[in-house]
Design a protein around this ligand. Structure first.
Ligand code: HDE
Length: 702
């Protein structure tokens, strides 16, 4: 149906409601416009089922009704057992140059080629209908449609993982999912079963410090790092192999929410992250990431004081710096959420010549798991024929039949070798994928290598790398989650682990819990080393000073000063930020020049938590009413508590007084009455006023 025919004539509603087959049916004048069944039969009435008489029973023979309802009944497929809530976007990857020394993978060897990609970001624990801003790890899965086949880099936004061996994964996930007896909590690790499990699995400690830090609550999917987590191999044309670790770095920088902000957003806009991504792409503001690798040989790996096959360890950049390979630009929203985002099937086994696995026991388990899960979730071994999963290069083999076969393979022969069909595909030892011929030998055993035994030194490394306020946020994260555990023994055990990570961390968490001195004594398996920090592990030590990609809101009222509004817009847009106008009501209003303005949102539906920085500039005649409106007073109080930069006009002063926010409290409060937004924008580039935090939250609960 063509676009212009989608809108209904204004008077059509009555006819649809009461079903006398008027205009809406007759609009379809050409055969392409007709509504049909799945068999192509034109439907004469889509509003009324077939009944025996006007008020009689529905008839079983109504195949139109039955087809429609049956299809609807089967619309859902099983959601992913983990990473159920996700958001997909399309774009391309471009290599900076030929990386032939490192890998023969074609997509990393031709800088003129834009390789299409499909990316799906996700939370892990919550179901498909949960909310975006849960404290959780984020999935960062990229499907490259390369000229040599699909390559899936199925990573996360945190560089390490909870467990070292795949056999523990079902238990980890069962512990974090809603408790089986009561079915809650949803999308939360803040409950007993999770903390009981991880506190009995010391290998989780490093990952826990990351999830409880700001990394667990990203500001935007566009402002997240990504990591391959495991050690992989890259192999060049001469068969030489190097180990690599993958990193995605966002061009906008890595930013996070404040925990209280995340709590407000989860109610005000459960789709905060996907809406942010959708809007940015619709506005032509395409997010970009740099793909880098840390490259090292097996000999170098043997010298590290951790095992590169242990996925609970990262390699500090001071030891192995990042080598940039290329950039990824996401520039297209999906056309259909179900067909693409729900049906996309990632598998770490989707590799291309030049990329190979390592013996990381967690990765090895994943290599089995993903194909298996796709078979159960998508229901057919032909899931590679779904458009989002289909390779964009030629694909030919003798696999046949199966549930929902979409292709019509021709010819007599479905076997190889054969001498009956010279045109049929053949294997190719030169271009084909060949595994790196690593030598493997050893006794069969179930054992955890001793080189995996140090569970605390890298957790300490991460803690030591952070700024003071990032450390406080981590302590606040632990205290919030452990505070939700009913079992005191679980809290005490966790405090014991935290003590092994860093006594400052344990003290801060114990104080917030009101459990000072109650930590269990936990003997580490290996000596915990004293380690200096690594700068790159702190988001804010390396954050760009910029408001690019951020959102600034102005709370104003009918009659807003046109000059002021235009000046705010031009100052922010010049720096790549968006402006949102928030007004008490959703309907159109006028600026001081009489131009119509439709607010982007209304006060009760858009708390200041949704924005990076705010401006409060009501008109004189409306400010009194706003002081009587809780949502307006909260708007300012929350912006202050969430450490935002706040611009204000003189007219807004009574509102600040009502909210007990002093307009000279700190450098984050900027008077914009003269219409000069340069000082506000300069401040907003520093993201937040961290020094304010000690005034609004007890130390640790930050
Ligand atoms: Fe996954 N994981 N995982 N995982 N994973 C899945 O596959 C699994 C692990 C990751 O957007 C499932 O299609 C096992 C680490 C992402 O569609 C499933 C183990 C990392 C996504 C599965 C791990 C990941 C998944 C569920 C331990 C970071 C979402 C649905 C051995 C490097 C992909 C599905 C998307 C999804 C299994 C551990 C990342 C069940 C068994 C480590 C980003 O196959």
């Amino acid at each position: 149906m063509s676009k212009d025919k989608k809108s209904k004539p204004a008077d059509a509603y009555d006819k649809i409601q009461f079903g006398n087959g008027g205009d809406p049916h007759q609009r379809a004048s050409s055969p392409e416009d007709h509504l049909t069944t799945n068999q192509g039969t034109v439907i004469s009435d889509n509003q009324n089922s077939l009944t025996a008489g006007e008020r009689g029973p529905s008839l079983l023979e109504d195949f139109i009704l039955r087809e429609k309802i049956t299809h609807f009944d089967h619309e859902r497929i099983p959601e992913r057992v983990v990473h159920a809530r996700g958001y997909g976007i399309k774009g391309y990857f471009q290599s900076y140059k030929a990386h032939g020394d490192l890998t023969k993978a074609a997509f990393l060897n031709d800088p003129s080629v834009e390789t299409p990609v499909f990316v799906r970001f996700s939370t892990v624990a919550g179901s498909e209908g949960s909310f975006d801003t849960a404290r959780d790890v984020r999935g960062f899965a990229v499907k490259f449609y390369t000229s040599e086949g699909n390559y899936d880099l199925v990573g996360n936004n945190i560089p390490v993982f909870f467990i070292q061996d795949a056999i523990k994964f079902p238990d980890l996930i069962h512990s974090v999912k809603p408790a089986p007896d009561r079915g809650f909590p949803q999308a939360q690790s803040a409950h007993d079963t999770f903390w009981d499990f991880v506190s009995l699995s010391p290998e989780s400690m490093h990952m826990l410090t990351w999830v409880m830090s700001d990394r667990g609550i990203p500001r935007s999917l566009r402002m997240m790092e990504g990591f391959g987590v495991h050690t992989f191999r890259m192999i060049n044309d001469s068969g030489e192999a190097k180990f690599v670790k993958f990193h995605w770095r966002p061009k906008l920088g890595t930013f996070s929410l404040i925990w209280e902000e995340a709590l407000v957003i989860s109610g005000a806009d459960p789709d905060f992250h996907r809406r942010d991504m959708w809007n940015a792409i619709e506005a032509g503001d395409f997010p970009e990431w740099e793909l880098s690798v840390q490259i090292f040989s097996e000999e170098e790996a043997a010298e590290f004081d951790f095992d590169v096959l242990d996925p609970t360890k990262l390699i500090p950049e001071e030891i192995v710096p990042l080598t940039p390979l290329g950039k990824m630009v996401l520039n297209q929203n999906v056309d259909n959420f179900f067909a693409e985002t729900e049906q996309v099937a990632f598998c770490p086994t989707h590799v291309v010549p030049g990329i190979d696995f390592s013996n990381d026991p967690l990765l090895q388990g994943r290599l089995f798991s993903y194909l298996d899960t796709q078979l159960s979730r998508l229901g057919s071994p032909n899931f590679h024929q779904i458009p989002v999963n289909a390779p964009r290069c030629p694909m030919r083999n003798f696999q046949r039949d199966g549930h929902m076969q979409m292709n019509v393979p021709t010819g007599q022969v479905a076997n190889e070798p054969n001498s009956l069909d010279d045109g049929s595909p053949r294997e190719c030892d030169k271009k084909g994928f060949s595994s790196y011929p690593a030598e493997e030998s050893g006794k069969k055993m179930r054992v955890r290598p001793e080189s995996f035994a140090d569970h605390y030194s890298q957790a300490r490394l991460f803690y030591n790398s952070l700024t003071e306020f990032e450390k406080n946020h981590m302590a606040g994260g632990f205290a919030f989650e452990l505070g939700k555990c009913v079992e005191l023994k679980v809290r005490r055990r966790m405090l014991g682990h935290l003590k092994n990570i860093h006594t400052d961390l344990e003290k801060a968490v114990a104080k917030l819990l009101g459990m000072a001195g109650e930590a269990d004594k936990i003997e580490p398996l290996a000596e915990v080393r004293d380690v200096n920090g690594s700068e790159a592990l702190s988001q804010y030590k390396v954050a760009p000073e910029s408001i690019r990609g951020k959102k600034i809101a102005i709370l104003t009222t009918d009659g807003v000063d046109a000059k002021l509004l235009n000046s705010l817009k031009s100052s922010c847009e010049a720096e790549g930020a968006m402006v949102a106008v928030i007004a008490p009501k959703a309907g159109p209003m006028a600026d001081s020049d009489g131009n119509e303005i439709v607010p982007d949102d209304f006060l009760a539906g858009a708390p200041s938590a949704l924005f990076d920085a705010v401006v409060v500039a009501p008109t004189e005649d409306m400010v009194g009413e706003l002081t009587q409106t809780a949502a307006a007073v909260d708007w300012i109080r929350m912006a202050f508590a969430h450490l935002k930069i706040i611009g204000f006009s003189d007219v807004a002063m009574p509102l600040f007084e009502k909210g007990s926010v002093a307009t000279d409290a700190d450098a984050g409060l900027v008077n914009i009455s003269d219409g000069d937004f340069a000082p506000l924008v300069a401040r907003a580039k520093t993201h937040r006023i961290w020094e304010r935090e000690s005034k609004v939250r007890p130390k640790g609960r930050q």
